[in-house]
Design a protein around this ligand. Structure first.
Ligand code: SAM
Length: 157
């Protein structure tokens, strides 16, 4: 994990997409401003919570399929606040030796990243605080854990 203080940069006075997504999924890692904006969004389209669940279910299915078909390395960009099962739990259920690098640019995800690091002893998980618009930083961090001479599934869900 990067050395930044876990709560640095978390602004609870404004709604934030990762925390609103958490609220839609029924999580607890959100603030009243996120719920208020989430409810406002529901007046525009009441299907948003279903979309969030379907989105999450797609990530589970795709990860399970890849692990079952031999993929052992995953780079997950835009991880979001941990919601069980997380990508490494799905991958390592099928392939305990799977290696997963999570990456998000939101400090609140960093604050909760510990939950993403509890994987199998055979596998490995790591969290990077990085922005996908800085691909060099993402790749530099990822290659400390992933072998770029072997297949890597890139998840940008
Ligand atoms: C909808 S949420 C998480 C979705 C999660 N991958 C899933 O499938 O359930 C999208 C995440 O993308 C992150 N994100 C947005 N822009 C980003 C960027 N430029 N670099 C890295 N992460 C980003 C947000 O912080 C948020 O946590």
């Amino acid at each position: 994990m990067t050395g930044q203080h876990p709560t640095a940069g978390i602004d609870t006075s404004k709604p934030h997409p990762a925390r609103m997504y958490d609220w839609y999924l029924g999580g607890k890692d959100n603030y009243p401003v996120d719920e208020a904006m989430g409810r406002q969004m529901l007046t525009l389209d009441p299907r948003v919570p279903v979309m969030a669940r379907v989105n999450r279910a797609f990530m589970h299915r795709a990860t399970r399929w890849l692990a079952a078909h031999g993929t052992r390395q995953f780079l997950d960009v835009g991880t979001g606040i941990p919601t069980e099962p997380n990508l490494h739990q799905v991958a390592q259920e099928t392939a305990p030796d799977a290696r997963v690098v999570y990456c998000d640019n939101d400090p609140i995800v960093l604050a909760h990243a510990e939950a993403l690091l509890r994987g199998t002893p055979e596998g490995k998980t790591e969290y990077l605080q990085a922005d996908v618009r800085d691909p060099d930083a993402v790749l530099e961090g990822a290659q400390k854990v992933l072998d770029f001479d072997r297949p890597i599934a890139l998840s940008l869900v």
